[in-house]
Design a protein around this ligand. Structure first.
Ligand code: ADP
Ligand code: MG
Ligand code: MG
Length: 211
């Protein structure tokens, strides 16, 4: 399909929320090894406030995005609560502008706006071992997919691939931003949990758009 409508967005975000909730112990462990150990708890604190059944079966895309944004901004602690909150807020704005469904261009524009907002708020650059290391290459992939006229499924598959490689690359670097930066070399060898979650975000999108 050339646009993602209610069913695809519901499948995407429902799967994303369930994946993050299921991975809470692993996410907590990663942040314990390279941060302060609250990342999984922060994710669950937000996602416990979303109605997964509503997301899957009833909510409009705009409401799906808004509910995620509100949950993160209103209920999660930590840096990630604010940054994930503004990330989903930009998808909400894109969906309000495209009530007939999200095409590749709208998805790329939302992700670009989300990336810019995360960078304005958090000040991180690529290579700082943060979620930016997953999002930045994903946005580049989405924008080149727009230029090549690709459909959302193919665009998101390329974004997922780029984000996955970006997240994996955080294993090899020490952090310059966030709490992982306080422990220096000890963070090397640990994947950044924020980058990992955003790589799942694009992977679940690719899968939902394909089916
Ligand atoms: P805190 O560091 O406040 O305990 P969390 O543990 O909830 O916050 O979130 C940590 C995640 O947030 C990291 O894995 C990283 O991806 C992301 N992060 C931290 N600081 C920044 C920043 N300045 N810019 C972008 N992402 C960041
Ligand atoms: Mg933390
Ligand atoms: Mg913390």
């Amino acid at each position: 399909a050339d646009t993602l409508g209610r069913a695809a967005v519901g499948a995407w975000f429902g799967a994303f929320v369930e994946k993050v909730l299921a991975e809470e112990p692993n996410l907590t462990d990663l942040d314990r090894r390279a941060g302060d150990g609250d990342f999984g708890t922060n994710m669950v604190a937000a996602l416990d406030h979303v109605d997964v059944a509503g997301i899957r079966d009833r909510y409009s895309p705009a409401t799906v995005f808004e509910s995620l944004s509100d949950a993160y901004l209103g209920h999660a602690g930590g840096t990630s609560g604010a940054l994930f909150g503004v990330w989903f807020r930009q998808f909400y704005r894109a969906a309000v502008d495209a009530p007939q469904g999200l095409d590749t261009k709208a998805i790329a524009a939302a992700a670009r706006a989300g990336l810019d907002t995360i960078q304005e708020l958090g000040g991180a650059q690529p290579g700082d071992k943060t979620m930016i290391d997953a999002v930045d290459p994903a946005v580049t992939a989405l924008e080149s997919a727009v230029e090549q006229g690709k459909n959302p499924a193919d665009a998101l598959a390329e974004a997922a691939d780029a984000a996955g490689h970006g997240a994996e690359a955080t294993v090899g670097i020490t952090a310059r931003r966030g709490r992982a930066s306080y422990i220096g070399e000890a963070a090397r060898g640990v994947v950044d949990p924020g980058a990992l979650v955003l790589s799942w975000f694009f992977a679940e999108g690719a899968q939902a758009a394909r089916s």
